[in-house]
Design a protein around this ligand. Structure first.
Ligand SMILES: Nc1ncnc2c1ncn2[C@@H]1O[C@H](COP(=O)(O)OP(=O)(O)OP(=O)(O)O)[C@@H](O)[C@H]1O
Ligand SMILES: [Mg+2]
Length: 292
């Protein structure tokens, strides 16, 4: 791999809500510039926790206990607040899960798209507006002027998600975090949105961490995959390696249990109980060893 834009090393976190339960257990991952990494796992695996750590929005009840998050050569865990403010929401941005709640209901799209360009890129109102229209065009919105004048509730779910994708790419970030960005959309719109994100990511050579519980989504847009279970990396590799020649029994079971992964939109099918039990026992045993 070329020099990674993101390298997470041995990242561990505990939940103070659950009496110090481990939610990340020594997670390692790497992402090269211009690549899409799928972060996959069942509910509670720790996907969003990693995403939030990358965006600097971890809740106070989650405590990182060890590890490094090296982004563009700097450890985000030790950078001063001032430096972090120039990274989060600027060089690292988010495509959120729910397009309605992520937009401010009381402000026209125009304002929401131009704020960042004016504040963070010192553009004039006119420059920011031109850039916003170009961005809406890039996300295949055919009547950008109308959308600019609209309030979020006047747009469909798919349109709102396109606006948020435009917003995520607006500042030309180096890394975009997409946390299940299509789960709130119906299957046909999902496919269009995935294609759109992939197209923009390739055109802008942006690195993307794509959180999903859907191997179909992984097959469609990810270059690499990291599979998590209970905060532990189970298997990682290129998408082809992981889907076609999985080595871990859990990965094999996931692929075997699921519908064909060339059909995005179905999600993870539960794997047999005995495999889950063995995996949990393994993880608990290694927790015991690491605390010894
Ligand atoms: N605000 C919080 N404070 C403390 N612990 C939390 C908090 N949010 C989530 N957790 C815990 O962290 C663990 C991982 O949760 P996380 O949200 O990262 O999982 P996920 O893989 O994103 O799951 P999902 O597919 O349901 O979104 C869970 O055990 C959860 O209970
Ligand atoms: Mg999540």
């Amino acid at each position: 791999m070329t020099e990674p834009i993101l390298r997470i090393r041995n990242l561990s976190a505990v939940s103070d809500l659950e009496r110090g339960t481990s939610i990340l257990r020594g997670v390692d991952l790497e992402l090269a510039p211009g690549e899409t990494l799928g972060l996959v796992g069942e509910s509670g695996a720790g996907k969003s926790t990693i995403a939030k750590a990358l965006l600097g929005v971890l809740p106070h009840t989650v405590r990182v206990t060890q590890g490094e998050i090296i982004f563009d050569g700097q450890n985000l865990r030790t950078l001063p607040q001032r430096a972090l403010r120039q990274i989060f929401g600027d060089v690292i941005t988010l495509i959120p899960q729910d397009p309605l709640t992520a937009l401010n209901p009381g402000r026209r799209i125009e304002l929401q798209l131009t704020d960042g360009l004016r504040v963070r890129r010192n553009m004039t109102w006119r420059q920011a507006r031109q850039r916003a229209i170009k961005l809406l065009d890039e996300v295949h919105i055919t009547d950008p002027e109308r959308v600019m004048r609209s309030y979020p509730h006047e747009l469909s779910g798919g349109m709102r998600q396109r606006v948020l994708i435009a917003a995520a790419f607006a500042l030309e970030p180096k890394l975009i975090i997409a946390d299940e960005p299509t789960t709130a959309l119906d299957v046909t719109v999902q496919k269009q949105i995935l294609r759109l994100i992939r197209g923009l990511q390739e055109a802008h050579r942006t690195a993307v961490v794509f959180v999903t519980h859907d191997l179909g989504v992984v097959a469609q847009i990810c270059d690499r995959v990291t599979l998590l279970f209970a905060g532990t990396v189970i298997e990682a590799g290129t998408t082809a390696e992981l889907l076609e020649t999985p080595t871990h029994p859990y990965t094999k079971a996931l692929i075997a249990a699921g519908p064909r992964y060339d059909q995005p939109g179905v999600g993870l099918t539960p794997v047999p109980d005995d495999i889950i039990k063995a995996l949990r026992a393994d993880i608990v045993a290694s927790d015991g060893r690491s605390h010894a």
